[in-house]
Design a protein around this ligand. Structure first.
Ligand code: UDP
Length: 330
């Protein structure tokens, strides 16, 4: 049977745009739904773009019908932890309530497969800073809670209907397309590697280190940084798995080892040859000390094989992208 189209919500955003490129390279039919509130029209290089909101029932129903969609990959969301702490209802509205509407449309349209963009933030502060998929979920910020509630809805829908899903819990995504076509263009970025690269290209005067008194090796926060292209490949692997009849599943996407903020800064200095001025500041609300994946399950269940598991490679692509943005702002 011929495969249907894939709806990529948030396909004009950072991660979604990388996934669209890989799907198209594999010859998939793709349609993007994005309200462009955080995404960029020019990030959608090779697929039709419908400008609209995931929470707009009529718009979603029409896209599903018109494009004969049988698979949804759902990226559209707000994703900034500190912002979720100060504006929680924005996160529950755009992330949780909109996902409910999307799921309702998917059930009505008999969408068969759903790949959900979840997050390691569902784990909160796991023991030893390491989380496997069976680690209890206990988010410590509204961003994590908003995504966890979506996972719960998915689980219930998958019980009650034929829809099957893969929820991918991302650790810290960074880097950009090795072909330099797309990357992270968020204004007022808050993610560490992006911010450090902005300092390296001279867009910011310094980098703040949020917290130097964590119970970690050097006192700064530790995260499992994963290259966006490896993350994108995980979505294609999830699609293959679901099409092959795989059961609904929840999977960590990380490399299984972490770096501290200071180690990331060292890498940025090494790769760019630029000194990064730092300011030590208090801890940021909502931040766990360490968060690293147990990441065996995705290799086992999906056969996922990361190719870019190297901090300097991640930083090199992030920096190349930042240099491009300096030359031609998006
Ligand atoms: N961080 C930092 N300075 C920054 C941005 C982040 O020290 O300008 C730290 C943050 O406290 C955390 C780590 O870097 O320990 C990763 O934070 P990021 O915002 O990149 O991702 P998160 O883990 O919050 O999703």
């Amino acid at each position: 049977m011929k495969n249907g189209s894939i709806l990529v919500t948030g396909g004009a955003g950072y991660i979604g745009s990388h996934v669209v490129l890989q799907l198209r390279a594999r010859g998939e039919r793709v349609v993007v739904l994005d309200d462009l509130s955080r995404g960029f029209r020019q990030a959608v290089l090779d697929a039709p773009l419908v400008v609209g909101r995931v929470g707009d029932r009529a718009a979603v129903a029409e896209v599903l019908r018109e494009h004969a969609v049988d698979t949804v990959m759902h990226f559209a969301a707000y994703t900034i932890v500190p912002e979720s702490v100060s504006e929680p209802l924005k996160y529950y509205g755009n992330n949780t309530c909109s996902t409910r509407t999307l799921l309702e449309c998917c059930v009505e349209a008999k969408v068969a497969h759903f790949v959900f963009s979840s997050t390691a933030a569902v784990y909160g502060i796991p023991a030893e800073g390491v989380a496997s998929e069976s680690t209890p979920t206990a988010p410590i910020n509204p961003y994590g809670t908003s995504k966890l509630m979506s996972e719960w809805m998915l689980a219930s829908v998958a019980q009650a209907t034929p829809l099957r899903y893969a929820a991918l819990r991302y650790f810290n995504v960074a880097g950009s397309d090795s072909g330099g076509r797309v990357g992270q263009a968020t204004p007022n970025a808050t993610l560490l590697i992006k911010v450090a690269c902005e300092v390296a290209v001279g867009k910011r005067p310094h980098l703040s280190i949020f917290g130097t008194d964590y119970p970690t090796g050097d006192g700064t926060g530790v995260r499992d940084y994963i290259h966006v292209e490896d993350l994108a490949t995980a979505h294609l692997d999830a699609l293959t798995y679901l099409r092959g009849g795989g059961a609904s599943t929840i999977l960590n996407v990380g490399y299984g080892h972490g770096y501290s903020v200071r180690e990331v800064i060292d890498s940025v200095q090494r790769v760019t040859g630029r000194p990064i001025r730092v300011k030590e500041e208090p801890r940021r609300p909502g931040d766990p000390p360490a968060l690293v994946a147990r990441a065996e399950r995705i290799r086992r269940e999906l056969g996922w094989k990361p190719r870019l598991d190297d901090l300097d490679t991640i930083v090199r692509t992030a920096y190349a992208w930042e240099q491009r943005l300096q030359r031609e702002p998006w």
